[in-house]
Design a protein around this ligand. Structure first.
Ligand code: BGC
Length: 749
């Protein structure tokens, strides 16, 4: 009885609190003029992050005039406080600003790029990274991050593939949830959590030709089954905000797309949070051919968009559109209310300076955070090849550390690390110096990342990432050969500069730059073991490297502590356990290649045959498939045991495997479950990831992994976009990579 009363009291107070907050927003709305409401819809940047046309920056003045509801692009308590004061002290109703920033893979302590961290397949780790990022960001005055980016991407030419979790919607959804939960915690008004913003809704990761901002066009069936799930997962996890994408969907730009933002987001998914556009995305609808600024702003507001990033289409045109009847004031009210609700939820009306606490600076880049970054980086690395146990390397070996990324601090953090301080990143050379006795380490640059000054200039938009040496290519190579000659093993640190991936960094050639292949060719002639450590923000074509290198460790961009993590793995202190989350094509002409493709009516047969779906010159399969990654130890996965092979609706069956570490050192294996729906009302993918579990095992240890299969797991969107499972046979695959599985047929009755 007592418990019941307590529960009722809790419910009463929760409801009272809710209505109190709603009342506060309502009361405010009643006092606001139309101009003040429109001002709330405006998001500007006083400086800092610029990813499009530089805008007029008289932001302070505009805030004082009540023309701004939110800002982004700043960090630091002092400067943000200055802007917050403009809003609180100088506007009639003292409505505080919302303060956002692109906190993408860590705030000041930088973690691996998202594509890298996805390869950890470790959701707790990913969640924790978002928690730490939130803590550092809030200590720096930020309360809203433009993350996670959950755009499914299957085209490595697209530079922003680096910012997401790869090609798969199931894994992408798990990452999306983990990130939102990590950023937002249990309470938005906790001064150590931030509001998340899932982006870019929708399907921004599928531009034609891999060119950023280009046309996206796909069937609804594909959109719903393969591209929308990670955004939906964020909504289900309670994400506070959503960002639009630059692309069109069904020929309508996302920022003016009613179907996306009203029919799907609001009606189907019941999202109640706030929607912000991407950078000048409303204005860009003019170039898309949808009309002038007034017209596209109307379209955007009517499509359910609430806040306008940078472009000021809303502040400049909405009032006139209301006056001439093209818009209703209620459209503005709806958007304004959502923005105020977010401010209320963040606790800004109780204390506008809640996130502006000078005493929290010690929470930024703490030793603890750096240690976490180091662990996370090592978990993101994928061991692609390791012949004759070239890795790990003992510290008694003489090592030649060679390559354009071996001594480059500027490239360690990777793309989209706006608050990262490059000077605080460890270089690979420094990490090697700390590990090896002096006499066992020699270094040479060996090559430039690229020898092409025009290309270098484009990549260097944010700073000197590609430094073209004054010495000639021959001189660099000769020095490298001399160093290599004195060694037992060569560690070649090769790959991309940080901003060869990321926004507006699409590439047609996704292999190593010619300057680097030339160096590797020369090193190969020395007949010494070569370990290639690869920096990359995208899957690359690595056929020659795979044939000629003894070991390849893909380290993506590991962040502040990435280099120390490289030594942890190379020295054997840490056993690599990452698995690819995007397929690595054998050739760029194979793109897109991914594990969940549909079958052809004329499937290839493993070797070329006329009138089959194959290439004359390359195989269909990728070089390294989704889910693939090696370890220093060996694992055995037992034959799966099924509780039943018939599944009745409403029930579930379980399938278990024993995973055993059969080697001599501890390690981790990712057990993966894939399913193929054999007969459907529409063609269904060859294989879809439907479960995974990462298990840590001591040498000799074994653990049982159990997956549950129920009707829910077998559901998909059919051609009428109904989400349902269809009776019949399903093939179940279990293994440690999408191409290394055992199979079993089950039947849904
Ligand atoms: C990007 C977004 C980013 C925004 C603000 C845009 O160019 O597409 O991902 O959040 O800029 O910096």
């Amino acid at each position: 009885m007592k418990r019941k009363i307590a529960l009722l009291l809790v419910i009463f107070f929760m409801k009272a609190n809710l209505s109190f907050s709603q009342n506060r927003v309502d009361d405010l709305m009643k006092k606001m003029t139309l101009d003040e409401k429109i001002g709330q819809l405006n998001l500007l940047s006083p400086g800092g992050t610029i990813t499009g046309t530089m805008q007029n920056t008289k932001v302070g003045k505009k805030i004082k005039n009540g023309e701004v509801g939110a800002i982004f692009g700043l960090k630091g308590v002092e400067i943000i406080k200055k802007y917050q004061r403009y809003a609180v002290d100088s506007t009639r109703l003292s409505i505080p600003l919302l303060v956002g920033l692109d906190v993408i893979h860590g705030h000041r302590t930088i973690f691996p790029i998202p594509l890298g961290s996805s390869c950890s397949w470790d959701m707790d780790l990913i969640k924790q990274s978002a928690q730490i990022a939130a803590k550092e960001a809030t200590a720096d005055g930020i309360m809203w991050t433009f993350s996670p980016m959950v755009d499914i991407a299957r085209d490595p030419r697209w530079g922003r593939i680096a910012e997401g979790g790869g090609e798969d919607p199931f894994l992408g959804s798990a990452i999306s949830r983990a990130m939102v939960e990590g950023y937002q915690g249990n309470k938005l008004d906790d001064s150590k959590t931030v509001a998340a913003c899932v982006k870019h809704f929708a399907a921004y990761g599928a531009p034609e030709g891999g060119r950023d901002y280009a046309t996206v066009d796909m069937s609804k069936v594909r959109l719903f089954n393969e591209y929308l799930p990670p955004y939906k997962a964020a909504v289900d996890a309670g994400v506070a905000t959503i960002m639009t994408s630059f692309n069109v969907i069904d020929y309508v730009p996302a920022s003016g797309n009613k179907e996306l933002y009203i029919d799907i987001l609001r009606k189907k998914w019941a999202f109640e949070g706030m929607v912000v556009t991407d950078y000048t995305a409303i204005n860009e609808m003019i170039a898309h051919g949808l009309g002038d600024l007034k017209k596209v702003s109307q379209l955007s507001l009517k499509s359910g968009i609430d806040m306008d990033m940078i472009g000021e289409g809303f502040v400049k045109t909405i009032k006139e559109s209301i006056e001439n009847g093209a818009l209703n004031e209620s459209d503005v009210d709806r958007a304004c209310r959502r923005i105020l609700k977010l401010k209320e939820d963040l606790g800004l009306f109780d204390d506008p300076y809640r996130y502006l606490d000078e005493t929290r600076q010690n929470e930024i880049m703490s030793q603890e955070n750096r240690l976490f970054a180091r662990k996370m980086a090592s978990e993101s690395f994928v061991l692609l090849k390791n012949e004759k146990q070239t890795l790990p390397i003992s510290d008694s070996k003489k090592v030649a550390l060679i390559g354009p990324l071996a001594d480059s601090r500027r490239n360690m953090l990777g793309t989209w690390s706006v608050s990262g301080d490059h000077s605080k990143a460890v270089t690979v050379k420094e990490a090697f110096e700390a590990w090896l006795p002096k006499e066992n380490l020699k270094y040479a640059k060996g090559a430039n990342i690229s020898d092409d000054p025009i290309f270098a200039k484009k990549v260097n938009a944010f700073g000197k990432e590609i430094v073209i040496d004054e010495r000639s290519a021959e001189e660099l190579i000769n020095e490298a050969i001399e160093v290599a000659n004195q060694s037992d093993v060569i560690v070649a640190v090769m790959g991309e500069a940080a901003d060869m991936s990321g926004e507006a960094s699409s590439l047609a050639h996704i292999g190593l730059q010619p300057s680097q292949t030339r160096l590797l060719n020369e090193l190969k002639k020395l007949n010494k073991p070569i370990v290639m450590v690869l920096y990359n923000g995208r899957p690359m074509t690595l056929n020659w490297e795979n044939e000629n290198m003894d070991a390849i460790l893909d380290v993506w961009f590991g962040g502040t502590e990435g280099a120390n993590a490289i030594v942890d793995v190379i020295s054997g202190k840490v056993n690599p356990s990452g698995k690819l989350t995007t397929s690595f094509p054998v050739h760029v002409g194979q793109v897109p290649v991914y594990h969940s493709m549909l079958n052809s009516g004329r499937p290839e047969l493993g070797k070329y045959q006329k009138f089959k779906s194959n290439y004359l010159d390359i195989p269909n399969t990728p070089l390294f498939p989704f889910g693939y990654g090696l370890s220093y130890t060996t694992f055995e996965i037992s034959k799966p045991v099924y509780s039943n092979t018939n599944l009745n609706a409403g029930n579930s069956i379980s399938v278990s495997v024993d995973v055993k570490n059969t080697g001599n050192i501890a390690g981790a294996e990712v057990v993966q479950l894939y399913i193929r729906d054999l007969v459907g009302s529409i063609s269904r993918p060859l294989k879809e990831l439907k479960g995974f579990e990462k298990v840590f095992l001591e040498a000799g240890e074994s653990k049982t992994v159990t997956f549950k299969i129920d009707e829910e797991l077998l559901k998909f969107y059919n051609s009428k976009l109904n989400y349902q499972a269809e009776k019949g046979q399903f093939e179940i695959f279990i293994g440690n990579s999408s191409n290394n599985v055992t199979t079993q047929i089950i039947e849904l009755k």
